[in-house]
Design a protein around this ligand. Structure first.
Ligand code: G3P
Ligand code: CA
Length: 276
């Protein structure tokens, strides 16, 4: 099995199905799987005691109760907490309180689902990878920039080694905004697929991706023109666009040959792909 190429557009659940469950938890991953997504996306960060965990923000405040449990530890940087400390936190209850995508109000998240979110733990990257393997699934691991912290020295190599140890090289696509990490991943294991994340328009993305020895381009949806996609794919560069929640934009990307769409609503994308 290999991540690429695929004839159809891949449905990639962003931080799991995070419109329906707390992002970057195994509950969100499970809903992404059940929604028919081809793979999920997660964010990888490093703790103070050098453990790899799944978390988007540099700080714990938005997606956990760190402020209540550790009131003296502002600004609650993940890099200043051990895994044992993170395990004391609730990474799910905030979703029920904030309903970040309005899906509780819309009746899409049952009371039973909400009850299951209370007390959800932060996953380690190992747990997230094992969940993926157990379900014969695939995952896009985005390595968050750990620059300026001790983790910056080893996060790329440690991630590559963990994937190799678990026998998951062909199930994982590694991405990062920090393109030096992609070079380091390739140096650690050339068989790993890598993707260059960008959040500005790049005039020559093929040169960027090929210069990094990567296979895939991950532009924000405002950072690529639809008419550029076909040429990139002809040049051998796969194109996964993030984060696309508008169904008309999903349709346009499919029509223009995007290799993947990273979305908070994999359930909606699944319906569109089923129609195609
Ligand atoms: O990997 C696509 C997307 O997740 C990148 O941005 O901030 O949502 O991690 P962000
Ligand atoms: Ca991400």
């Amino acid at each position: 099995m290999s991540i690429y190429p695929f004839a159809k557009t891949l449905n990639i659940a962003h931080r799991g199905a995070r419109s329906l469950a707390p992002e970057n938890t195994l509950a969100a991953a499970r809903l992404g799987l059940e929604s028919g997504a081809d793979m999920w996306e997660l964010d990888a960060a490093v703790t103070q005691d050098e453990e790899l965990v799944v978390l988007h923000d540099d700080t714990l405040e938005r997606t956990s109760n760190a402020r209540q449990i550790f009131p003296q530890r502002a600004p609650w940087s993940v890099h200043h907490f051990t895994l044992a400390e993170l395990r004391q936190l609730d990474f799910g209850a905030w979703f029920n309180e904030q309903d970040p995508f309005g899906q509780i109000a819309a009746g899409k998240v049952t009371a039973e689902m909400q009850a299951g979110y209370v007390g959800l733990p932060i996953p380690t990257l190992r747990e997230a990878l094992l969940f993926t393997r157990e379900h014969d699934w695939r995952v896009n691991v985005e390595i968050k920039d750990a620059g300026g912290t001790p983790g910056g020295a080893f996060v790329a190599e440690r991630t590559a080694a963990l994937i190799e140890e678990l026998g998951m090289v062909e199930r994982v696509l590694i991405s990062s905004f920090n393109h030096s990490y992609l070079l380091r991943v390739k140096a650690a294991n050339p068989r790993l697929s890598t993707a260059a994340l960008v959040e500005t328009y790049i005039p020559d993305p093929a040169a960027l991706v090929q210069g990094l020895g990567a296979q895939v381009y991950h532009p924000g949806e405002d950072c690529i023109r639809l008419e550029e996609i076909a040429a990139l794919r002809r040049a051998g560069v796969e194109v996964n666009v993030w984060t696309v929640n508008d169904v008309e934009q999903m349709r346009a990307l499919i029509e223009n040959g995007a290799s993947g769409i990273i979305t908070d609503f994999p359930q909606a994308l699944h319906e569109i792909l089923a129609e195609e």
